[in-house]
Design a protein around this ligand. Sequence first.
Ligand code: TXE
Length: 459
Amino acid sequence: MTATFTVINPSTAQPICDITRASVEDVDSAVARAVSAQRAWAVLAPGARADALRAFARVVEAHVEELAQLEVLNSGHPIGSARWEASHVAQVLNFYAGAPERLSGQQIPVAGGLDVTFHEPYGVVGIIVPWNFPMTIASWGFAPALAAGNAVVLKPAELTPLTAIRLGDLALEAGLPEGLFQVVPGSGSVVGQRFVSHPDVRKVVFTGSTSVGIDVAAGCARELKPVTLELGGKSANVVFADADLEKAAASAPGAVFDNAGQDCCARSRILVERSVYDRFLELLEPAVAGWRVGDPADEGTEMGPLISASHRSTVAGFLDGANVAFRGSAPSSADPALGDGFWFAPTVVLADRGDRIARDEVFGPVVAVLPFDDEADAIRLANDTIYGLAGSIWTENLGRAVRVARGVKSGVLSVNSHSSVRYSTPFGGMKASGLGRELGPDAAEHFTETKNVFFATDA
Ligand code: TXE
C-alpha cells in the first residue's frame, strides 16, 4: 500500500491534495496519547469539560464557511447543505456540552448502607466514518463521547478526509488538550481494523456498509468491545390515497436525491396506494425535472455529483434492465467546467416486488416506485427488505399514521414529512441497518459503563 492517497474533487475529477496514510504504529502512538489525555480529561470538573466543549463549538461556528467550502470541494455537497452540516457540528457540540453536568447516576434503596451508580467513561473510543456525511456523522460520535469523559481517535473515509482533519485542528485551536481528539486518516483495513483490535480502544462506533459493519462487530466481539453500528438503508416513502398528494410528490425528490442519494436515510422506495399511483407519478415527474443538479458551489444547486467514478459505475449498474419512467438532468461532458465530474441524473424506476432495485441499497439518485393495495400490504412491502433505518408515511388519517408507524420496522420514521435527523432525538436502525442509537438525550450515556458502589453504614 502506498504511503499517501490522493483526495479528488468529485465535481471535476481533479486532485486536491495528497494525504499520508497512518500505519498501525501511527495508530498505536495516537492511542497512547489518547490514553494519557483521557486520564486528565475524565477527572476535570464536569463544568470544565462542558466549557471546553462549548469553546470547541464556538470555534466551529466561527469556521462554518471555511468547513462548508472544504466539503463542497472534497465531497461535492451543495454549498447550502454543506453550511447546514458545519453548523450542525457546532450544534451537536453545544447540545452535548450540557451532558457532563447531567450524567447523573442513581441512588438505590438497599439494606445496610448507601448504594449509588456512576457513569464511567470507557476510556478511548474509536470512531470510523464513511464518506457520505464526513462532518456530521463524525460529530455524532465524538461530541457525546468526549462529553462523557472519553478520548476519541477518529478515522475519516479515504475519499473525504479534509473536513475531519480540519475539525481536529479546530479542537486544538479551541483549547482541547493535545491527544484528546485525534483524527487519524488512512485505510479501513489498517486504521479501522487497528481501532477494532487495539486493547486500549474500549468502544468502536462504525458507520458504513453493512458488510464491513458485520466484520467490525465480529472483531469487536473477539475483544469483548461494545460497538455501535449505523449501516445501510432502503427506506420507504409510503403514500396513501388520502394523503396531500401534491405535497407528498413535491417533497419526494428531496427525500431521496438529497446528497445525490448517498444518504443512509434516503427514501429510495416510494410505495403508492394503487388508486392514486398514476396521479402520483404525474405529479412526481415535474418535481424531478425541477430538481437542480449542478455545480455544488452555486447557491441554487440542490444536488452535486456522486463521490467517485467507481461509485458512479456501481449506481449505473442498478439501471441494467430497469424500467426507467423518467429522469432529471445533470451536467454532461459538453460542459467544459464540470464535464469530468461524477454526475448522475436523478432517475425514477418503476419496479416490481422482489426486483433488486426494490430491495438493495443503491446509494445514488435512483428511486423505485411500487404500488400497494391496502394498509396491511403497505406495511408488508415497507418491511420487505433486510434494512430498517428510516421511512415516511403520508396520510391524513391519524389512526392509520399511528398504526403504520408502529408496524414499519425502522428506527426513524416521520409522518407527512421526511425528517430523520435532529441532534436532540435518537437516530439509528433496526435489522441490517444497525445496532444501538446515536444522538438524542441518551447518547452521552452510551459512551459510559455503569459502576455500582455500596457504602456500608452499619455501625
Ligand atoms: O463503505 P465502507 P464505503 C454503503 C453504501 C456504499 C457502500 C460502500 O451502499 O455504496 O456502503 O461505501 C472503513 N475495518 N454505505 O466503501 O467500506 C472505511 O475506510 C474497519 C452506507 O465507504 O463500509 C470507511 O472509513 N474499517 C453508509 C468506513 O469504514 C473499515 C455510509 C466505511 O467504509 C474496514 C457509507 C475494515 N475492514 C456507505 N473497511 C450509510 N448507510 O450511511 C473499511 N473501513
